[in-house]
Structures are given as structure tokens and as C-alpha cells.
Design a binder for this molecule. Structure first.
Ligand code: GTP
Length: 597
């Protein structure tokens, strides 16, 4: 294809501003799918994605559009994940494009993720075309939003396209703007092959499918290629594009986006950001920007029923085939038995995997307290990375402990500002900025990641009634006065609940945990002390009183069927409990206890 007729673009937006709806409209308008084939949102193709309304895996669609000049253009629309956990994938998708549609909700205006995404887009030298969406809403204020885009983001919005993805208004204008304003790609057909690996996923029929953007050269079937960072060689057996149905092509030339398959069994072999070149006469230098993605949040996953361990191993293995960004290794816990220590890109990623395990594989799981990765410098000068509180060495051997910090951008209506500042302050935040834009405040904070991983986002949403938005990036490690806090139930440490905390937070968190556990653990025949301790020092304590001897006693011997029911209920309860020493802890207690009040 003539380079001048190609346009590669992505859509960037804050969550819920209408990115997927607009993408679907563009596909429909250009005839990619007949009306009856349009499911709710074709680009989000996993059930969980659809339910949660977020885009997890990037997908790309090729559209043919006949422009005003009568020429047929090849438009490659790249869908990008909409959550901070998947920032690296987003950055590679953006690197594969020359421009972006900036979708802003006409009623909501610019929000935290709009900003974060647009800055990334600007960093990739994108031509940005603002699209003000949802103009059909009575609360739409397109002029105000234009002004906001100019003032906050600093790009010209006078030519912004006014659209309603839902009502199908302005769709042709959006396509014309893509053709007219986003520059075509460059590239040299005769240079050695250089293609960027943008994304990969596992397909049960095709094996691993790899999304590529060809920079130079040509990629075609039968070519022996090499993945420069991965160090592996593969024979290309299929080349094509998605419309969004799969269509095989003879080749992909410079500037084009499409997919390849090469009999690859695991996505772990196809790393996002890698450079693909030919084995013979290949490029000598890889494309810039490759990064090994590292999990940042770790937790243990244990089957509630120990007999499910093999099933869990199997299921995790299967999920991993499709998602190379989470890690797992076997872990044994004194109380929970055999399970896995898993690493995730963030909390949402953790929740998605956990949910898929329980939903798609029907597994009941206990999740231990999530932990970030700490860097320890030992007194002998050596270093270690700690991602499981259970592995914390003896404190006398530790010289210093460092923890990861993030830079957070919060965008909120003015009235919630006070409570948000307090929340950040309580989480050891350092305020670095506060600006006002059209009645809303933008607050910047530096925060320890460990204070964010539990429930920061939930708290933020609840205190702002859903109006505040939050975005973050990591800014490196800082030394902290960190300690390991153990929770003891009936004098036995419960390893699943031990956590690393900042010394200044330990008392409050220990007290909170003990109080919540007191309500969550059912009474037993004996008194149960619940304690939080740092080393040998107990910092909080609660006691669960002993239960009356006979649960059926309160039936006064009368109704037999009622007695039976009670006993049945008790038995059922037992199945979902874990025994610690001689204390039964319900599965829900583990998660509930970790949510901070
Ligand atoms: P994520 O994929 O979660 O990032 O969200 P998104 O930006 O893709 O938003 P999505 O397309 O899922 O739209 C969010 C909601 O807004 C849905 O309920 C849409 O039906 C609705 N919506 C999208 N476009 C319009 C529009 O033009 N007008 C109105 N009234 N609603 C719209």
C-alpha cells in the first residue's frame, strides 16, 4: 500500500467517555461489520471486560475509508487498555501510531486519565484530534469543554469534532479529520525488516497471535524471523489483519499494522515492545523503548479446599498462556498449605486474574494481603528484594528498607477536596501541587505504593461519590521506617495476614485489623485472643468471647427440623473455613479484614 494512504491512530479517553462506542461506530460506518454482527462492543472481547466496561487487551482494526478526495485510505485503529496498570502496553500501542483521537465527554470535561493519556500521546509526537463526544446529552457543554482542552492540555481545540458515538452524529467528520490531520507513516520498503511487537495473545486455533507495526521492510509468510530481545527464531506461517474479522494478507509493508502467527506456544515468548527482524540480512539495531514488564503487587493465592491445589496449578498455567505479565511460583504456608505467590501489574490486574480463576475455573480462593516489592540492604552490604512478608529476614540483619513510591494525579470537584487531602495525608502522602481548572481541582501527591494498593482507589471513589479520578506512575524507591506486623489468633501467627507497614501506621492498622477480625471470626467454645504484634511486642488486642456450649440450646428442645437446619448450616459454614490451630476463620475474613475502615 502507498504510504500516503495509510493512517495509524489510537483513541485516548478517560474511562467511560465513549472510546469503545466510538470505535464501534467507526467500524460500522466503514462497513467492517454488518449491523446484526455488532455486539455491544466488538473491541472488548472478553466477558469480564464487557461486564466491567473496561478494555484490557489492545486490539486493532483495519478500516477502508473512501475519503473526500475519492481515494481509499487504510485506517488502522488501535484500541488501547484504559487502566494505569497496563501503562506499558499503552505506551507500545501509542508508539505504533502517528496520531490519536482525544475523546472527551461533553458533559464531564477533561479528567485525570484524559490528561495522563494525552501527555503520553504528545510524548510520542502524535497529532491529536480532539473529539467532543456525547453532544446528545442535555448536560453537554461543548464550548466549555473546548475551552478546557485548550486551557488544561494546551492544544488547539477550535477544530474539535463534535460527535455523539451513541446517536451516530459526527462519525464521518471524525473519519475525515483522521485522513486530513493525522500524518501518514514513514518507512523504507527496501531496508532490513524492523517490526515492533505491539501485543500478543493466545488463540485456541491459531496459537499465539502477534500484533505488529512494520517500521521498515516487509513481513510475509515463510520468512524466518528473529525476536531481538527474546533471542528466539520463528518461521512466519500467517500474515493478516483484523476487520475486525481475521483476513489473511500476502504481506505487511512499512507503516502497516497487522498480525502474524509463527507456531508460538506461549505469549511469554512474544514480549511486548520487542523488535522483529529477519534472520538473514536483519537489522543490527533494535527499536528503542523495549522494557521488561515487572509485576509490582504480589499476593498469595491458596485454594480454600486443599484438594483443589492441582486444579489451581492447572488454571493458573492456562491463564499465564494468555497473559505473560503476571508471574507465579509455588508457595507453602504453615496454615494455608500449598498455593502460589503471584505477581501482578497492579491491583486491578490482580482482581481480574482472581476473578477469572473463580469464574472461569470455578475455584474458591484465599487471597493473602497484597504486598509491594521492598528492597532491603543487609548489614553485610548485600541486597534482597522482598515480596512476601513471610520471607522478611531477622531485623538485626537489615540495615535499611526501601519502598516504591508513586506520583499521583487526582482530579476532583472542589467540594470533595478536603476529604481527599485528608485521605492522602493519612496515607503518608506528600502534596506537590494543587491547581484549579474550571471549578475542579487537580491535586498532585507523592505516595508510597504500599499505601495505595489496599483500598485507596475505593476510598477515593467513595468519598467523592465517584467523581474524583486517579492516575499514577511509579517514581522509584525511597527509604522508609518499615516493620513486619504479625496477626496472632489464639496465640498462633496467621501468616496470610502478616504485612509490612510503616511504623507510624502500625498501631492504627493493627487496631483496625484486630477489631474487624473480632467481628469476622465466629465464636468458638473457648475465648480467642486476637493480637497484632511487631516482633514480640503486642500493639493491639481484642478478645472474642466464648460461645454457649450448644448451638441448638436456644431452640428450647422444641422444633426438631429447626435444629437440623442449624446443624446443616454449621456444617456448610465449615467447608468455607480455614483452621488455624484450633480456630476456624471464614474465607471472607481474609479479604474483609484487609479493607481498611
Ligand atoms: P472504557 O472502555 O471503560 O475505557 O470506556 P469507554 O471510554 O470505551 O466508554 P464506552 O464506549 O464504554 O461508553 C461509556 C458509556 O457512555 C456507555 O454507557 C455508552 O453507551 C455511553 N456513551 C458513549 N457514547 C455516548 C454518546 O455519544 N452519548 C451518550 N449519551 N452516551 C454515550
Amino acid at each position: 500500500t502507498d504510504l500516503a494512504l495509510i493512517r495509524n491512530f489510537s483513541i485516548i479517553a478517560h474511562i467511560d467517555h465513549g472510546k469503545s462506542t466510538l470505535a464501534d461506530r467507526l467500524i460500522q460506518y466503514t462497513g467492517g461489520l454488518a449491523e446484526r454482527e455488532m455486539t455491544a462492543q466488538v473491541l472488548d472481547n472478553m466477558d469480564i471486560e464487557r461486564e466491567r466496561g473496561i478494555t484490557i487487551k489492545a486490539q486493532t482494526v483495519r478500516l477502508d475509508y473512501k475519503g473526500k478526495d475519492g481515494q481509499t485510505y487504510q485506517l488502522n485503529l488501535m484500541d488501547t487498555p484504559g487502566h494505569v496498570d497496563f501503562a506499558y502496553e499503552v505506551s507500545r500501542s501509542l508508539a505504533a501510531c502517528e496520531g490519536a483521537l482525544l475523546v472527551v465527554d461533553a458533559a464531564q470535561g477533561v479528567e485525570a486519565q484524559t490528561l495522563a493519556n494525552v501527555y503520553q500521546s504528545i510524548e510520542h509526537d502524535h497529532e491529536i484530534v480532539p473529539v467532543i463526544n456525547k453532544i446528545d446529552l442535555p448536560a453537554a457543554e461543548p464550548e466549555k469543554v473546548k475551552h478546557e482542552i485548550e486551557e488544561v492540555i494546551g492544544i488547539d481545540a477550535s477544530q474539535a469534532v463534535l460527535a455523539s458515538a451513541k446517536a451516530g452524529i459526527g462519525i464521518e467528520e471524525v473519519l475525515d479529520a483522521v485522513v486530513a490531520r493525522i500524518p501518514p507513516p514513514g518507512g523504507d520498503r527496501n531496508a532490513p525488516l524492523k517490526a515492533m511487537l505491539v501485543d500478543s495473545w493466545y488463540d485456541p486455533y491459531l496459537g499465539v497471535v502477534i500484533l505488529v507495526r512494520v517500521i521498515d521492510g516487509v513481513i510475509k509468510k515463510g520468512l524466518q524471523v528473529k525476536f531481538m530481545a527474546g533471542g528466539t527464531e520463528h518461521l512466519i506461517d500467517r500474515v493478516g489483519c483484523m476487520r475486525p474479522k481475521i483476513e489473511q494478507l500476502a504481506e505487511l509493508g512499512p507503516g502497516e499494522i497487522g498480525f502474524i502467527t509463527a507456531q508460538i506456544k506461549e505469549v511469554a515468548q512474544a514480549r511486548v515492545g520487542d523488535t522483529i527482524t529477519t534472520v538473514k540480512g536483519g537489522a543490527s539495531e533494535a527499536l528503542p523503548g523495549f522494557k521488561e514488564v515487572q509485576p509490582v503487587v504480589f499476593c498469595g493465592l491458596f485454594p480454600v479446599d486443599a484438594a483443589d491445589f492441582e486444579k489451581l496449578r492447572d488454571s493458573i498455567g492456562k491463564l499465564r498462556l494468555n497473559d505473560a505479565s503476571f508471574s507465579f511460583e509455588m508457595e507453602t504456608s504453615a496454615a494455608l498449605g500449598f498455593g502460589f505467590r503471584c505477581g501482578f501489574l497492579g491491583l486491578l490486574h490482580l482482581e481480574i486474574i482472581q476473578e477469572r480463576l473463580s469464574r472461569e475455573y470455578d475455584l474458591d480462593l484465599i487471597t493473602t494481603a497484597p504486598s509491594v516489592v521492598y528492597r532491603l540492604t543487609m548489614t553485610d552490604g548485600s541486597h534482597m528484594e522482598l515480596h512476601n512478608p513471610a520471607d522478611m529476614p531477622d531485623v538485626v540483619k537489615i540495615d535499611t528498607m526501601e519502598e516504591p513510591w508513586i506520583k499521583a494525579t487526582i482530579y476532583t470537584p472542589d467540594e470533595y477536596l478536603g476529604s481527599i487531602l485528608k485521605l492522602c495525608q493519612d496515607r503518608r502522602g506528600i502534596q506537590t501541587g494543587l491547581t484549579y481548572v474550571g471549578g475542579r481541582a487537580q491535586v498532585n501527591y507523592e505516595l508510597p505504593l504500599n499505601e495505595v494498593v489496599f483500598d485507596f482507589y475505593d476510598r477515593l471513589k467513595s468519598i467523592s461519590r465517584g467523581y474524583a479520578s486517579f492516575d499514577y506512575e511509579q517514581i522509584g524507591l525511597r527509604e522508609g521506617d518499615l516493620v513486619k506486623m504479625n496477626i496472632l489468633v489464639n496465640n498462633e501467627p496467621v501468616d496470610a495476614l502478616s504485612m509490612i507497614v510503616h511504623r507510624s501506621q502500625a498501631d492504627a492498622r493493627g487496631r483496625g485489623l484486630c477489631e474487624r477480625l473480632k467481628d469476622l471470626i465466629p465464636r468458638h467454645l473457648f475465648k480467642i485472643p486476637i493480637q497484632a504484634a511487631i516482633g514480640a511486642k503486642v500493639i493491639a488486642r481484642e478478645t472474642i468471647a466464648a460461645m454457649r456450649k450448644d448451638v441448638t440450646a436456644k431452640c428450647y428442645g422444641g422444633d426438631i427440623s429447626r435444629k437440623k437446619k442449624l446443624l446443616e448450616k454449621q456444617k456448610e459454614g465449615k467447608k468455607r473455613m480455614r483452621e488455624y490451630g484450633n480456630v476456624q476463620i471464614p474465607q471472607e475474613a481474609f479479604i474483609a479484614a484487609l479493607r481498611m475502615g
